[in-house]
Design a protein around this ligand. Structure first.
Ligand code: CAA
Length: 248
């Protein structure tokens, strides 16, 4: 069977690193793409991934920068071959109620969370359609479905990611490429642990399953959506939120 090449943006992050592990265990060659600035963070990631015997590599990228994404994909293609699987997991929060939200908080978030999805997808889409296979998974959020106090920027970007997924899914459906989003609920990541304790406790109390999600809950879903035999699922959003928001 062909070894699929997977690029995971935000690959060092709370969800991204677990997604890398799951895809590597499923036999994919994984490139964790993340900001190249903090050497100690990258070294720690490399050490953690040593058990995968080189099946998980690190490559620097700034998803907010179109050219940086183009260069990343060129490097991956030169070293490994075409990108078969793209997981857009890079994301930030800049929480503030709208009345306090500065333009920088709005724009910084949009550039990473939404422009990043365009910047990366744009680089890989021609190769995927030409080869007749591709899987794109956008890591959205339950807060894009429900909205959240202090997150007009984040909710707009996360809802926007799914609009992007549906539109692109239609464009490439005949070419063996699927585009889906996964909407995690509150998971045990640094991003969620940064929410003030009392607010977080109030949220956890509303999760029917009675706990925060684990990164593995999300990674398992991404592995499923990116499988070779998942070709009939496209333009879908898979909620993974412990029942926090139920819809159909
Ligand atoms: N719901 C309702 N009212 C709220 C509220 C809430 N969650 N938070 C604050 N308020 C109220 C306050 O009680 C206060 O009321 P009074 O003026 O009557 O006293 C008023 O709103 C305060 O408004 P401020 O604009 O001053 O808000 P703040 O600066 O105190 O706090 C905030 C705003 C920092 C955004 C804070 O609400 C917060 O941290 N919220 C959590 C946001 C959150 O859940 N983020 C998720 C991050 S993780 C993630 O995003 C991952 C994922 O995908 C799930």
């Amino acid at each position: 069977m062909t070894t699929r090449i997977a690029v995971v943006t935000g690959g060092i992050g709370g969800l991204g690193s677990e997604i890398c592990r799951f895809l590597a265990r499923a036999g994919r060659r994984v490139i964790a793409a993340d900001l190249g600035a903090r050497a100690e963070r990258i070294d720690a990631f490399r050490a953690e991934m040593a058990e995968f015997d080189g099946r998980i590599d690190f490559e620097p990228v700034d998803v907010a920068d179109f050219n940086s994404c183009a260069e990343l994909v060129r490097r991956v293609e030169a070293t490994h071959g075409g990108v078969d699987i793209l997981v857009n997991a890079a994301g930030i929060t800049r929480d503030a109620s709208l009345r306090k939200m500065a333009p920088e908080q709005w724009h910084a978030l949009m550039r990473v969370n939404l422009d990043g999805v365009y910047n990366m997808s744009r680089q890989v889409i021609d190769g995927m359609t030409a080869r007749g296979f591709g899987r794109i998974v956008n890591i959205s959020s339950v807060n894009g479905q429900t909205g959240q106090f202090g997150q007009t920027n984040y909710a707009a970007a996360k809802a926007g990611m799914h609009g992007f997924s549906m539109a692109l899914a239609r464009e490439v459906a005949r070419k063996g490429v699927t585009v889906n989003s996964v909407s995690p609920g509150y998971c045990r990541t640094a991003m969620v642990m940064a929410v003030p304790e009392d607010i977080r406790a109030g949220i956890v109390a509303q999760i029917p399953v009675g706990r925060l999600g684990e990164p593995s809950d999300i990674a398992r879903t991404v592995e499923f959506l990116t499988a070779d035999d998942a070709g009939f699922i496209t333009g879908a959003n898979i909620p993974v939120n412990g029942g926090y928001f139920m819809s159909f």
